[in-house]
Write a protein that binds this ligand. Sequence first.
Ligand SMILES: [Zn+2]
Length: 304
Amino acid sequence: MALPWLHDTEQRLAQSFRAQRFHHAQLFCGPIGVGKFALAEQLANSLLCHNMTQHLLATANSTLMPCGYCKSCALTLAGTHPDKRVTQVDGQSIGVDDIRAISDFMHHSAAQNGNKVVIIENCDKMTTAAANALLKTLEEPSNSRFLILTSSQVSQLPATILSRCAKTDVKVTQLDVAKQWLEALAIEDYAWLPLFYSQPLQVQQWQAQNQLQNIDSLYKFATEFKQSHNFTELVTIINKQPELIRIFTLFLSEQLKQQLLQGMSFDAYQAAQQALHDFLQNNTQILGLNLPLAVSRLAYTLRK
Ligand SMILES: [Zn+2]
């Protein structure tokens, strides 16, 4: 299913394809949960589809969409297309061996209609050696080889990689579209929901993982943080899912923005944002940090 807020982006990709301006290396940038990977999959499956090109040329305003019934589409639907390769890492880095395997894959002839497509999700996780190895592949473009990279931290990417890709900013341009999409998922109207209209798939994932209640608790902790002295439940939630510390600090940061609008001095605001930044850095980088202590210290700093 196509994601409605990506329609314009799909149109632009289709246009560049129709005009034969389509770059062999595509980089999709945007926040977590905006649908970069879904878009990369859709594009990859389209490039592999036997009918897509004719369809695209025959129908004005058509988007890049696989036909769904050709042999290639059957293979992508079954997850066994021999000309498609997806590299996804969970936490760890993308190493030089991963990139060498991709280069080998690209060099072999295609099994189906001639195109071969590689997706590298979160390509900012490449090590320096891996990025250097990928450069070689990027510098040898071929008509029938496509590389689709995604990243939510584009500032981490080497300039040499950036300059060799066609970059597309994937984003929710009309928040109403995302809002309606989330409403269709029957998600409760949480006060914090608008903060994630630009990351609808993140909210959908939380729903699937039964996390929405925890996120709501974090929001409530953030709104009462300065008055509160008991952090046990907060610490329990974060200890169970350390990645939620980013969400908690985001909520605190939003609180500070509100206070700035209500007359907090800019110096105090900046000092508080710095304290938040340090808290996040320390708790995502230093292992074994005493979280309860760090939380009460942060509350103390923000109270001042
Ligand atoms: Zn097809």
